[in-house]
Design a protein around this ligand. Structure first.
Ligand SMILES: Cc1cc2nc3c(=O)[nH]c(=O)nc-3n(C[C@H](O)[C@H](O)[C@H](O)COP(=O)(O)OP(=O)(O)OC[C@H]3O[C@@H](n4cnc5c(N)ncnc54)[C@H](O)[C@@H]3O)c2cc1C
Length: 573
């Protein structure tokens, strides 16, 4: 169970800011609070290093919020010859499912296959770089890929091996599937419903383990000179300096921009934009039968139809983009994605009226001259810019880095930094559970017992105990205790959340704006459950905790409406 007292020992935002103003010298500054910055921060914190992480927006609001939510080896990367990456990613996928079982779940994934032999020539040609032509893969190429997939994890096979079903059997299981298929292949990967909460839990665990490790959202790195990096508090506008021995640039698609701010001209990143739609479509959800339907279109792009709680996620695109701040889901992308669904489930009608949310992210891929985005390496690397050009510290830029490989990448970065600091590793994170995945009851029987104990201990209904467990894993215990410590009420506009639950999140999870709660501490935005009344209600519930005036509440509501409009291309009604 979670150590509840740790919450109260942790520093709040003003305390952290104050501490930095008075003690600007630190061993490591991490710029960027996406998954890669946070994974590095956690590794360093656990080794006892004094480290500060700054994030210009909220944690997990960049590329890490734009992913397809898959924990996967990346079967198609085999074709680009990225065996190291696939092997590492498959191992890390398994570790994530073991260490964060509350949010990382096994995901049966089915590929509808339309041809037997196609791609047989193209795949090896691509591998030896003699072809860049995207092509649809036939059954034999996919079978070979899946055999390799199984082989890589043969010693740590925690999920069933792949299986090929001929047309008749496949259509029995998926009656709405395009009858032009020749067969389907089903294998297992991982799914994470709550990437934003995973980020936050890793971060909070790191802070709890080391009082010299602190993280601030809404603080950006704006300039570097000499021994200093100038930081800007995006809430107050105040600027102040820190003096790090080493800097980690984990700014994802913004890496080159952040380096430029520190007087280093780099061209490490060649980002590509990917958009997703979330649809409310019970028929499509049923047709997917709990499987992610995954295939590569004949233009080489990945298509996925992914059950996402009571919604379905559809994706994705892969379009080169220079400025990540300009990324948005365009109408063309919406058309493209909706059209692809037709190819898989021709009798199911999906149109714009089913869309409840849209989101876009920019993959921080390495700058590349590959002929198509699909051929750009998805592997990660650490690019070191040594001291010079006006700054006295080396900068370690984290290029690439998938969600799935976050722990391994963070570990590799931390090892390089430890070496520079002349220190050695004390703690291994491979088998370290985190957040609400700690002491997680694994079997159905154990889960039922855990939920019943929660119900009895907190004096809440069975339904509420189940909801909290599903939402927070074993972290539910601390939340239930907080909720029941005083009179609590369900939210009028979203009764399966309670007022004190929101206050708990605001108090303990580094919340600065109401959007942090709406879009990242909960799935309310992602599942398309927001409306103006609900936003107003949540902002009002937060008033006392945040010290907001009525004018602040108005501003927060306006900010939420604007963020959803600009970043997600959606209107809140
Ligand atoms: C469409 C899409 C689909 C994907 N699907 C998957 C998938 O299914 N599975 C998978 O494993 N991976 C997937 N990925 C890849 C994965 O999501 C990313 O590679 C990963 O999240 C990158 O994390 P990051 O921390 O490097 O970057 P980010 O998450 O972008 O974090 C960088 C952070 O730095 C901050 N920042 C920038 N400049 C500054 C500054 N000057 N000061 C302070 N902060 C700053 C930004 O605000 C941002 O939050 C996908 C990515 C995309 C875009």
């Amino acid at each position: 169970m979670l150590d509840k007292d740790k919450f109260h020992m942790m520093l709040n935002r003003p305390d952290i800011l104050n501490r930095i103003r008075h003690n600007p010298e630190i061993s490591v500054l991490v710029i960027g609070g996406g998954i890669n910055g946070i994974a590095t921060f956690r590794e360093l914190a656990l080794q006892g290093i004094d480290v500060l992480l700054v994030e210009k927006s909220d944690f997990c609001a960049g590329a890490s919020a734009g992913s397809s939510h898959m924990l996967h080896g990346g079967i198609r990367y085999l074709e680009n010859g990225e065996f190291r990456l696939v092997r590492e990613a498959l191992h890390e996928r398994n570790l994530m499912i073991e260490n964060a079982p509350h949010y990382a779940k096994p995901l049966p994934t089915t590929i509808p296959i339309f041809k037997w032999a196609s791609g047989l020539l193209n795949a090896p040609l691509k591998f030896v770089r003699l072809s860049s032509k995207p092509a649809e893969r036939g059954a034999l190429v996919i079978k070979i890929g899946l055999m390799m997939y199984d082989f890589f994890v043969r010693k740590h096979q925690i999920m069933p091996r792949h299986q090929v079903n001929l047309k008749a059997k496949a259509l029995e299981k998926f009656p709405h599937l395009n009858p032009e298929i020749v067969c389907t292949a089903t294998y297992y990967d991982g799914f994470m419903a709550y990437p934003e909460r995973l980020c936050l839990e890793l971060l909070l665990d790191a802070e709890a383990a080391n009082e010299k490790a602190v993280a601030l959202n809404y603080v950006s790195a704006v300039h570097g000179a000499g021994e200093a990096v100038t930081l800007k508090d995006e809430v107050s506008g105040e600027q102040f300096e820190v003096k790090p021995a080493l800097v980690v640039n984990a700014a994802g698609p913004w890496i080159d921009f952040a380096n430029r701010a520190m007087q280093q001209e780099t061209r490490f990143i060649g980002g590509t934009k990917g958009s997703h739609l979330v649809v409310d479509h019970p028929e499509l959800l049923k047709a997917a039968a709990g499987n992610e339907i995954f295939f590569e279109n004949n233009d080489g792009r990945i298509v996925l139809i992914l059950p996402f709680l009571d919604r379905v996620m559809l994706g994705t695109t892969d379009i080169p983009i220079d400025d990540p701040d300009q990324a948005e889901c365009t109408e063309d992308e919406v058309d493209y994605i909706l059209h692809l669904v037709k190819k898989v489930f021709p009798t199911i009608h999906v149109d714009r009226s089913h869309i409840v949310f849209k989101f876009t992210g920019v993959r921080p891929l390495p700058a590349s001259d590959a002929a198509t985005p699909g051929q750009i390496s998805r592997d990660h690397s650490i690019r070191v810019t040594e001291a010079g050009n006006g700054v006295n510290y080396p900068i370690f830029s984290l290029v690439g880095g998938k969600w799935t490989t976050q722990r391994a990448f963070g570990e590799q970065v931390a090892d390089q930094l430890l070496q520079r600091l002349g220190l050695s590793r004390k703690v291994d994170t491979k088998h370290r559970a985190f957040g609400g995945g700690k002491n997680y009851p694994k079997s159905d029987v154990e889960q039922r017992r855990w939920i019943q104990q929660l119900q009895e201990k907190a004096g809440i209904s069975a339904e509420r105990a189940q909801t909290l467990f599903d939402r927070y894993g074993t972290y539910a215990e601390a939340i239930a205790a907080f909720c029941t410590a005083e009179q609590d009420y369900p939210l009028e506009n979203m009764p399966d959340f309670s007022q004190r639950e929101i206050i708990f999140l605001a108090r303990n999870e580094k919340v600065v704006h109401v959007t942090d709660i709406l879009l990242r501490r909960t799935l309310l935005g992602m599942l398309g459950k927001l409306n103006r009344k609900l936003v107003q209600e949540i902002a009002t519930v937060m008033v006392e905790e945040m010290g907001w005036t009525p004018l602040d509440v108005q501003r927060e509501v306006a900010l939420a409406v604007e963020t959803v409009r600009v970043k997600h291309n959606m209107e809140l009604v």
